[in-house]
Design a protein around this ligand. Structure first.
Ligand code: OXD
Length: 322
């Protein structure tokens, strides 16, 4: 088929490959078909190298995308693109990778983090422990102006977390790789700004993308720079945290408690030390799930734009890693 012929065909009836680890494809295909009635959709299976215009994926195998220069875009069905970028050279360099922009995840992240911050601030974690021991004991409230929340990562989700916390009046700090400005947030940036950010934060919330620069960023040294008795909330990736360091810091009292949604290995293995540490709250990577309705609407709208030769938001910068 000539290139022109291929393009005409793509413009009238996009051919879409779908592959998502852990998801039932049927309702996704049905919703995508309803949003894009002309599209021809199929679930990718090993050996399928028939032409396609778009791929919608979550944790795809390298074989699905290797050599696929016919694609006009690959849509990642999540906010984090680390799993797809780790395919490296198997990804066709000419094909844009498009992540989900919020798509209902921002509000879920804000709910999760606000809940965790308020739980620590109002000392519910300690009241829960007291209840287990049948103890009725008044605990003095923390002082809000000394309970600053620091958000590591000020992208779409980090900003949404900040706006979720803002009405409660906590001092807010934020850290990002490059300089950013956010209303009501004291912003720090770059390697030079990290220490001041850490020193100011009584609670650290990690919502960074996972890149070569951020892997292991939460470790004995950085967490040791937080005020003594601070809290950690990790809703980004398990690989941001050196888990053995956190355990030691919780046991020494440097970190009072942590709420973790993501782990180096998921599911968290039964023998992992976190399970036995009551000051560590574990959730099974549910802080923000991909919502089918919002995601389909967003991806379909972007496919329609690309079909018309227009640009779309959310294209991943591969060199930067997000
Ligand atoms: C995501 C996730 O990246 O669910 O969207 O972890």
């Amino acid at each position: 088929m000539s290139t022109a012929g291929k393009h005409e065909n793509a413009a009238s009836a996009p051919r879409i490959l779908f592959y998502a680890v852990g998801a039932n494809p049927a309702p996704w295909l049905a919703d995508l078909q309803a949003a894009l009635p002309d599209a021809s959709l199929r679930v990718w299976e090993e050996g399928d190298d028939a032409p396609a215009d778009y791929a919608i994926v979550w944790k795809p195998p390298a074989a699905m995308l290797a050599g696929r220069t016919d694609l006009k875009a690959v849509f990642n069905m999540g906010a984090g693109v680390d799993a797809i970028l780790q395919l490296g050279d198997a990804l066709p360099s000419s094909v844009p990778i498009v992540r989900l922009d919020d798509a209902g995840m921002g509000v879920q992240m804000a709910e999760y983090v606000t809940h965790a911050v308020l739980r620590y601030f109002r000392r519910f974690d300690q009241f829960e422990a007291q209840q287990r021991n049948g103890q009725w004991r008044f605990l003095k409230a923390f002082e809000k102006d000394k309970f600053a929340v620091g958000i590591l990562g000020l992208g779409v989700l980090g900003s949404r977390i900040a706006s979720g916390l803002a009405p409660f009046g906590f001092p807010l700090h934020g850290w990002s790789r490059t300089v950013k400005q956010l209303d009501g947030v004291t912003c720090h940036s770059g390697a030079a700004g990290l220490d001041a950010f850490l020193a100011a934060s009584q609670v650290v919330v990690c919502i960074l993308p996972l890149t070569d620069e951020t892997v292991g960023i939460l470790n004995r040294e950085t967490l040791g720079k937080l005020p003594r008795g601070s809290y950690l909330i990790n809703v980004a990736r398990g690989a941001h945290l050196v888990e053995a360091d956190l355990l030691a810091l919780v046991q020494s009292g440097q970190i009072a408690a942590a709420t973790l949604d993501v782990f180096q290995q998921e599911p968290l293995p039964p023998e992992h030390g976190f399970w036995q540490e009551p000051r560590i709250t574990i959730t099974p990577h549910i802080a923000a799930v991909t919502l089918r309705g919002d995601s389909v609407r967003q991806i379909a709208a972007k496919i329609k734009r690309l079909q018309q030769g227009l640009t779309v938001e959310g294209v991943v910068d591969r060199a930067r890693g997000y």
